[in-house]
Write a new protein. Structure first.
Lengths: 562, 210
């Protein structure tokens, strides 16, 4: 029934296309600082928060002050959460008596959730108390997503504005939570509970099964975490099996709701950018480039999973469903492939099927989307990365025709290009170097559980996922060891903050420049040609950096799987 | 002059960072209370009020009123008289979740599947191997998958009918009752809830015995 597969995927994608404009417009209104209707609804609550925090001035910040405020508040949150996780055994709301978290694991976990990665080296059912699930995990899902939104908005203000000031970080931070994430999360939570996702503070249930044995069923405040997990492109599950767990994702409809939740804000930000730039076409050009790449990768996952594992075909069973290892019957191949494509594009990192068990080319699509890190991308940072490639595209084309490159009416010069070079190079550096170190050391290679080429892919995927702040994994990897906790901890930190600082620096620098008048020699960046240039630049840089390692991992596995 | 200037701007940065830390701390505490306590507790309250059964884990009872499981969490069925679910490396232990994560190229995957096949052929001699759908011999992602495909239920009818004496038509209608279509006719796949199916089957067996 493959036409039903197509219809399901088309409808899910179609709904996103319909949501881009209204949601993008709403985000613009929230952050444009022009008085609007959302003030009346949320202004009171925000004023209360500012009053409680004793924060009066709310004046604009230059890019350095904005960045320092962002880093400072992230540091404070990580410190508090580290303490909460380490002491959870003595804190309330721990009905299943779960012990304190080991330091290297707590180090990894707080970085993971603050950087919007949500790599999980623990299993929620057995590793976290309900208090930790709420006050650490759920709370950080809001604050890390808000951090990502803030940086994207500041970046947009920088490249589309003039002057010195990018806005006030704390005001943006509170607005992102109060006006966007909290109300959306509350609505999605209730929808999910209505569709059978649990939300309770009762301990795990003990049940006598039909065959007379005792089954313990882990429960908890799942829905309130599940909603923000996706809305904030966080991706860390309440349970170890993440969104493949029937309590996190009970049906085809919840699957669609979770896909929409994780995709909608990232997909709408290019439109928001178009509004800030007073050039909607410019926003659509960015969106289209992302969308074309997305459809290509979705097709690769879907057709590869539908074709299935050639080894299983030799068994003589009815394998027409495709590759069902690691997948749930209620989602099938279509619902699983779509989820995989969206979660690695929007760098959410939740999974509704096990990526380790994907066919080689299905796994490759997931891996490459994280390596490129621009196909919609995580909350905010995906847009910033795509703008980075846009500036690089302008620069390369400018060099080819011998003109000074310009973007949005500002000259691109040596200072911007140096910062962009840092942001582009850090990503492959923190993926490839740690993979190589891990492949050469027993501490690293000891975690590999699948033999052969796939073993290399397991390690590569772990670092690509950490660097892109995605958080999904080839979960067979036995990664809860001090070595892997600390290595991936640092990769996540560098992956998040180095490119953020560099790109906000670019925005600050462009903002201070005099706009240049558009002339006949200006390369237009809001037409189809530039969409092609953008996709070409992304694929060129991606291929130059990652092609060899992809050949040694998933491609080699594909070629030898017969 | 230069040195002094750098020194001055450095100390003003440290000052700015310290004040940002202090402001950040105040906002952090408020947001921990708002997002980490008020939000999940309000959600829990509303959920318990509006949808108490769903919020409590969708527990289902048998006809005598005893809770026998959650509609959403699969159970291990070893008895050949009952319908069998998917492979679970965690034996459907609902206190945890997950699977072995065998890659397509992992030799262990083929060994496990061949073992499943041998067991299947022994218990179901009536059914040709090419009728056996792949979902019955593959491990679900969660290890707790409560469903199988309708085809996977139908191929078990000959075995169960010959072991229990229940007619094929009767078993077919039990499967129909436990089958859910695509949500809104569109999302997800048609599926059979194995626990509900076996619950109905067990009660039918008990009635037939009397």
């Amino acid at each position: 029934m493959s036409y039903m597969d197509y219809l399901e995927m088309l409808v899910v994608i179609g709904v996103i296309l319909l949501l881009v404009k209204p949601v993008g417009t709403y985000i613009y209104h929230v952050f444009s600082n022009v008085p609007n209707r959302s003030d009346r609804i949320f202004g009171g609550m925000e004023n209360l928060i500012f009053k409680l925090a004793g924060y009066r001035q709310r004046e604009g910040m230059d890019w350095k002050k904005y960045m320092v405020s962002l880093l400072a508040s992230n540091t404070v949150l990580m410190t508090i959460c580290f303490i909460l996780l380490s002491l959870q055994q003595w804190l309330p709301w721990n009905p299943d008596r779960i012990g304190g978290m080991e330091p290297s694991l707590a180090f990894n976990t707080v970085i993971s959730f603050m950087t919007n990665t949500n790599l999980q080296h623990y299993s929620g059912e057995t590793g976290l108390s309900y208090l930790s699930q709420m006050m650490v995990i759920t709370m950080m899902m809001f604050t890390s997503a808000a951090t990502g939104l803030c940086i994207a908005i500041a970046f947009i203000r920088g490249i589309t504005g003039t002057g010195k000031l990018l806005g006030n970080f704390f005001v943006d931070f509170v607005k992102a939570i109060v006006r966007i994430l909290l109300p959306a999360a509350l609505i999605v939570t209730l929808l999910l509970v209505a569709l059978q996702v649990p939300q309770t503070l009762e301990p795990a249930a003990a049940i006598h099964t039909l065959e007379g044995s005792v089954q313990r069923i882990a429960l908890g405040p799942v829905a309130s975490l599940e909603s923000i997990k996706h809305l904030g492109t966080n991706g860390g599950g309440f349970f170890g099996a993440n969104s493949s767990h029937p309590f996190e994702n009970p049906s085809g409809l919840t699957n669609a709701i979770e896909i929409w939740s994780m995709w909608v804000i990232s997909a709408s930000l290019p439109y928001t950018f178009g509004l800030f730039a007073r050039n909607k076409k410019q926003g659509w050009v960015i969106f289209t480039a992302m969308f074309i790449l997305f459809v290509a990768f979705l097709s690769l996952v879907y057709f590869s999973e539908q074709a299935g594992n050639p080894l299983i075909h030799t068994l003589g069973v009815d394998a027409s469903q495709g590759n069902m290892e690691g997948k749930e019957v209620r989602f099938g191949v279509a619902g699983s492939a779509l989820f995989t494509a969206v979660t690695t594009a929007a760098t959410t990192g939740s999974v509704n099927n096990m990526h380790d068990t994907l066919t080689p080319l299905g796994g490759l699509a997931a891996l490459v989307q994280m390596m490129l890190n621009v196909v919609f991308g995580g909350k905010g940072v995906g847009l910033m990365n795509m703008m980075m490639y846009a500036i690089l595209g302008v620069f390369i084309c400018g060099l080819m025709v011998g003109r000074t490159p310009e973007f949005l009416g500002k000259k691109i010069e040596a200072k911007e290009m140096k910062l962009i070079a840092i942001a582009i190079l850090i990503h492959p550096f923190i993926v490839l170097v740690p993979t190589a170190i891990s492949a050469m050391t027993g501490l690293g290679y000891g975690a590999v559980t699948n033999p052969g080429y796939h073993g290399l892919t397991q390690m590569l995927y772990e670092y690509a996922s950490s660097a892109a702040n995605n958080g999904s994994g080839f979960e067979g990897l036995a990664d809860n060891t001090p070595y892997w906790n600390i290595m991936t901890g640092f990769v996540m930190l560098l992956g998040r903050y180095v490119s953020m600082i560099a790109l906000l620096g670019v925005a600050g620098s462009l903002m201070g420049k005099e706009p240049v008048a558009e002339s006949i020699g200006t390369l237009r960046t809001d037409n189809k040609l530039f969409t092609g240039i953008l996709i070409g630049t992304v694929l060129l840089i991606g291929a130059l950096t990652f092609l060899p390692v992809i050949a040694a991992g998933p491609v080699a596995e594909f070629l030898t799987l017969k | 002059m230069d040195v002094k200037y750098t020194h001055q701007s450095l100390s003003s940065y440290t000052g700015a960072a310290l004040s940002a830390l202090w402001v950040g701390l105040r906002f952090s505490l408020i947001l921990i209370v708002l997002c980490g306590m008020i939000y999940p507790l309000v959600s829990t309250g509303l959920a318990q009020l509006l949808f108490p059964w769903q919020a409590g884990g969708s527990l289902i009872k048998n006809s005598s009123g005893t809770v026998v499981g959650s509609e959403l969490i699969g159970q291990s069925f070893q008895d050949p008289k009952l319908f069998q679910g998917r492979v679970s490396s965690i034996e459907y232990d609902g206190a945890g979740s997950g699977s072995m994560n065998y890659a397509p190229s992992n030799p262990q995957l083929m060994l496990r599947m061949q073992a499943s096949l041998e067991k299947w052929e022994m218990n179901n001699p009536e059914v040709a191997l090419n009728q056996l759908p792949i979902d019955l011999i593959s491990n679900s992602g969660s290890g707790l998958d409560p469903h199988i495909t309708p085809q996977a239920a139908e191929v078990q009818i000959p075995r169960i009918s010959s072991l229990t004496g229940i007619s094929v038509q009767k078993l077919n209608s039990l499967i129909d009752d436990a089958t859910t279509g695509r949500d809104l006719g569109l999302f997800g796949e048609p599926r059979v809830n194995v626990l509900k199916l076996n619950l109905a089957l067990q009660e039918l067996i008990a009635v037939t015995k009397q």
